[in-house]
Write a protein that binds this ligand. Structure first.
Ligand code: NIG
Ligand code: FE
Length: 419
């Protein structure tokens, strides 16, 4: 029998539908296309109809008895949230570094002393594929409980051919074994591994000549990301890695201008990256170049909070005409969280996004940042039935009542996975 889910009488059904499928900029980020007393009909995992409850009652009057009905009276309903930037498939944990930072050490001090990314690399190399799958599954379960139905995940804790491939294969398995859609990114250029210290260009040769072709050959990733930062990879080195990725079909992304202003935003525009991440210290020229190129800014306010840094200038970046997405950056060092609702709160509080902009940044624009906008990110016929029912009545409340998980029920591809 056909599986039909019918959600009726939502106080607000925020569809995020708009005529254009381009990432939303400026005023369009405030347009949520809300239907009051809204209703959505999902059949075999795919949305068939969205409208008022009255409209759908009319349209499906002969088939109402076939549907599993949820009465959403008094509740907000939105698309499943999308997290477009995570490092979810890692081994171990680094709580001692959290204490060290509170005692005064900086993120870079810790990394240069062999901790940080290097510590997680060691634990990820030592873990078996099964162990990594088990650890990541728990994080994905937590994402679902926070209303997130699609997640991007990066490698970059292997930093050698074998472990980079292992991390990507773990993500491939998770895509099959977990309800969440997991979109994989290769990030062999996350750091120069300690065994290549002082021989940075030799490591880049390894990334370009061996890792990228192997990843492409096994079709293990869609994107190629680089940590372009003082003391990690220069803009020139980053460009070399991203251009090499393009040659084997991988779309560029860049961790840009997080700790120092380094030309990362400019480089993102120049190489045609789909998105530039972090951007705490992005220059005005870089922001302008991104607006002109249509590069998405993926902003990570939980990371800034966790490192006790000033968040990126989200308000200014949106006003400059750059499409903005937001993300947890879920990783064991600078942002060990799976809470996209918290990230939406912080987007308003620390970056001055409006409540509506924060929801657009966590749904439709986030889907665009990982090329998933045809499948998810808005509630429209033909898209996946990825839906969240919140225990509150409107979208402003979602951002206003902060630090609390308001998720009541979640459907992924029309299957109820939470609540
Ligand atoms: O996006 N900035 C670089 N990479 C991660 C942190 C990784 C880690 O500390 O393990 C980030 O913040
Ligand atoms: Fe990151």
């Amino acid at each position: 029998m056909t599986k039909i889910v019918w959600i009726k009488h939502a106080a607000q059904l925020a569809t995020l539908a708009q005529p254009s499928s381009a990432p939303r900029i400026k005023e369009a980020m405030n347009e949520l296309t809300i239907i009051e007393d809204g209703s959505i009909w999902i059949e075999e995992g795919i949305i068939q109809a969205v409208g008022t409850t009255q409209e759908l009652e009319e349209q499906f009057k002969d088939r109402a008895h076939e549907a599993e009905i949820t009465n959403a009276t008094g509740h907000l309903v939105t698309p499943g949230l999308v997290d477009p930037h995570t490092h979810v498939a890692y081994g171990g944990s680094r709580e001692r570094e959290f204490e060290m930072r509170l005692e005064g050490a900086t993120y870079m001090d810790i990394m240069n002393a062999g901790g940080g990314i290097h510590a997680t690399t060691k634990m990820t190399r030592e873990a078996t594929e099964d162990e990594l799958v088990e650890q990541a599954k728990k994080r994905l379960d937590s994402f679902l409980k926070h209303g997130v139905t699609t997640v991007e995940g990066k490698s970059g804790y292997g930093l050698n051919l074998e472990t980079e491939l292992k991390q990507l294969r773990v993500m491939k398995r998770l895509q099959q074994e977990h309800a969440i859609d997991l979109v994989p990114t290769f990030m062999g250029a996350h750091a120069v591994p300690t065994e290549f210290k002082g021989r940075e260009d030799d490591y880049i040769d390894l990334v370009v000549n061996e890792m990228l072709p192997a990843v492409a050959n096994e079709k293990l990733a869609v994107f190629n990301d680089v940590f372009c930062e003082v003391g990690v990879f220069t803009p020139e080195q980053s460009q070399r890695i991203l251009e090499a990725g393009k040659k084997v079909g991988l779309i560029p992304k860049i961790h840009a201008d997080e700790i120092e202003s380094y030309g990362g935003a400019e480089l993102a525009a120049k190489v045609g990256a789909i998105s530039a991440e972090h951007l705490l210290k992005a220059s005005d020229e870089g922001i302008k170049a991104m607006a002109e190129a249509g590069t998405i800014a993926c902003l990570l306010p939980a990371t800034a909070l966790y490192l006790r840094e000033q968040a990126a200038e989200g308000r200014k970046i949106i006003d400059a005409g750059v499409p903005v997405a937001i993300s947890t950056d879920c990783n064991p060092g600078s942002s060990p969280t799976t809470s996209m609702p918290l990230v939406m709160n912080l987007a308003c509080i620390s970056m001055r996004l409006t409540p509506a902009e924060a929801l657009t940044a966590a749904t439709f624009n986030a889907a665009c940042a990982i090329r998933m906008e045809n499948a998810t990110g808005s509630l429209e016929p033909g898209k996946q039935g990825d839906v969240v029912l919140w225990g509150i009545s409107n979208y402003q409340e979602l951002q206003y009542l902060f630090g609390v998980n308001h998720v009541k029920s979640v459907w992924k591809k029309g299957v109820k996975v939470v609540g």
